[in-house]
Design a binder for this molecule. Sequence first.
Ligand SMILES: [Zn+2]
Ligand SMILES: [Zn+2]
Length: 146
Amino acid sequence: MSAAAETNAIHTGGCRCGAVRFEAKADPVHVSYCHCGDCRRASGAPVSAFVGFRADDVTFRETQSASRFGVSPITRTFCGICGSPLTYTDARLEGQVYLVLGAMDEPQNYPPSVHGYVSEQLPFFHIDDGLPRRETTTVPRPEGAR
Ligand SMILES: [Zn+2]
Ligand SMILES: [Zn+2]
């Protein structure tokens, strides 16, 4: 990679084994929690959090090891070596890529601004942060689906 690209990277992250790294040259456009069952299955965690960027601002390195799984229009990517979840993309959200918050090098810098899919939130999971809570998605799709 070029020195210029390194200089422009203001947000970085990667999987837990280091085989996949990514960087973004501009600030995220959306940071949110998702309580939906689909994210829960994919992550194994009771709630997920995503840092959304413009896809053009994000560069991946060593992506040959990133396996991609998905059922259209949703694609989730994982490191092919360590299995860490990396990204969520929705074909209906063209030009956007959502990085899992836990993959960011400095996750403390990305406080979510909203909760999504609280209709599917686990009954024992409580987080009293005063943020807006949406019954379904926090990013409207053309079809209104997940
Ligand atoms: Zn890995
Ligand atoms: Zn979700």
